[in-house]
Ligand binder design. Sequence first.
Ligand SMILES: CC(C)(COP(=O)(O)OP(=O)(O)OC[C@H]1O[C@@H](n2cnc3c(N)ncnc32)[C@H](O)[C@@H]1OP(=O)(O)O)[C@@H](O)C(=O)NCCC(=O)NCCS
Length: 173
Amino acid sequence: MSDSKLDIEIRKLIEPDFNLIDGFIETQIRTIPRDFFFPPSSTIIKMALKKDTGISHGAFDNEKLIGIRLTYRPGLDIENHGYDLNYDNKQLNQVAQFHGTLILDNKRYKGIGNRLVSENVSDIFNGFSNIILATVHPDNDSSIRMLEKNGFDRKVRTFKYSNLPRLIFEKRK
Ligand SMILES: CC(C)(COP(=O)(O)OP(=O)(O)OC[C@H]1O[C@@H](n2cnc3c(N)ncnc32)[C@H](O)[C@@H]1OP(=O)(O)O)[C@@H](O)C(=O)NCCC(=O)NCCS
């Protein structure tokens, strides 16, 4: 789908995009307050790109990657935020988990994050999963707004990723 106003295309990310995404995260991480974005491991990126374990989207401006939304299925792995919400195993196995949304520094606050989340959510609910979980730093107002605008509910406040404060957000189909 393309956006004539911004000339942005949103499309699904696939396994051959791994190096592109890895490089994008490496350069953009320096532009974000230190505790806001915990970089995903290579394993999580790979799971987010594999068809049976993930469903992820990228925003492209004339073929240049300018934003990512990585989502994977953690299953019963300890990383699953469903444990913090007392999910049973059936629910844990259903979870589609966000690992951050990241927009190129000079393209932020133009609605691209909102669009990436919206398209990612509708694809997830189209057969991949019925439950989505996301975490956000309690001071990351724009990210919280982005999730709330897309219908996510704030659940609990906890610590994640080696003791960083995080709010857990949930969205159900
Ligand atoms: C957080 C982020 C993904 C949001 O995506 P975005 O494309 O920049 O944001 P959007 O244009 O979709 O707007 C989202 C909200 O940001 C807020 N916002 C708008 N302009 C802003 C500004 N100049 N400064 C701060 N926040 C602003 C608004 O509340 C907006 O919601 P609204 O349109 O309902 O008012 C993006 O800014 C980003 O990559 N930030 C750095 C990485 C990060 O923190 N990721 C989240 C980790 S969970």
